[in-house]
Design a protein around this ligand. Sequence first.
Ligand code: NAD
Ligand code: PRE
Length: 362
Amino acid sequence: MRPKALFGTVVVAGVGLIGGSVGLGTRQRFLAERVVGFDQDPAVLEAARGMGVIDDAQLHPGPWLREAELVVLASPARALVPLARSLEPFLGPQTLLTDVGSIKAEVCRELAHLPFVGGHPMAGSERVGVQHADAALLENAVWVLTPDETTDPAALGTVRRFVEQLGARPLETTPEQHDRLVAAVSHLPFLTAVALTELVAQSGDRDLMMLLAAGGFRDLTRVASGSPRMSRDMVVGNREALRGALAAFRAHLGELEALLEDPEAMLGRAEAAKRTRDALPIVRRSLLPARFEVVIAVPDRPGELARITRALGEAGVNIKDIEVLSIREAGGAVRLAFDHEEGLRTGTRALQAAGYEVRGRG
Ligand SMILES: NC(=O)c1ccc[n+]([C@@H]2O[C@H](COP(=O)([O-])OP(=O)(O)OC[C@H]3O[C@@H](n4cnc5c(N)ncnc54)[C@H](O)[C@@H]3O)[C@@H](O)[C@H]2O)c1
Ligand SMILES: O=C(O)C(=O)C[C@]1(C(=O)O)C=C[C@@H](O)C=C1
């Protein structure tokens, strides 16, 4: 009784923090019949399979790729184009490609001959690798899509639907506009974090400074704990836009230094900064707490919600919260939260007995 998925086979190429989160979201929300993970590291693939991030694993490109309807490229940015080139000879005529890389102009230019739609989820964490993958990372995140004049509108529509069904919010820009915007809001913050950590690491008072570092230093340097290779690729790959942002930032620092002699003017700047920071939109990652939750595939038929609640009610399981994740033509997915471990176990059994396919939020 599982509704037809959006895709047959989805391939995630590069099963790290972001690729793993895409794989988890795709599986948890029943967006594909099968998720195949492709990575250069066999240990990553083994972990991904163990965590339920992927259904199958592949270490080398090959004829298995012909089945793919969607390939999500999720390696560090400098490897994205070579990775796509290594997969290209094996792709079927129906295969659509997208990516999650932090820079867009170069990858969109180099892959313009393919059915490719550039993408970048504006979400992540300072953690590295598939073991930290979490589908909730992508929920409610702005996900930039960067079509250009070579992009097929139907391909763009398909990738937009995929992103929406993962729970993210697609937003379109050109590849060049994307790279200018993220230079200021993502890449410059990373370089600032590196500079701040260097300042402390190279100080004669390093050990004392590390002890005194409270929220200010920790919040401002958090992204320095992310994948060094991912971050290096991101800033080096966007160096032109980043140079402009760095020049502007240096000018701001210079002005602020001068205002150390002018307390009133400094107060004005601090007040303006507070207004800007406080106006950042609040991102609601998930409606429900991730503990004691399941997602079930629900066919589009009258009375389905009543069947679900009856099955759980008869098993004596209390539903703590319920959320409709996606509604597709043939049905969708519903997330259910229970009070405790026992509710989760009994609820899962009752839903399976009623014929539903149940997935954990793992
Ligand atoms: N980390 C973030 O916060 C974040 C947020 C948004 C987008 N991104 C983008 O997502 C992509 C992945 O970043 P991540 O943080 O998940 O990195 P990660 O280091 O956690 O994972 C990268 C994975 O790619 C694999 N890999 C590397 N080269 C490969 C190749 N040639 N072929 C196959 N697999 C390969 C690695 O083994 C690893 O499993 C990057 O392009 C990055 O710019 C990252
Ligand atoms: O660590 C986080 O919270 C992030 O969202 C990471 C972050 C960012 O700079 O904001 C890092 C790189 C990406 O391309 C997108 C997001």
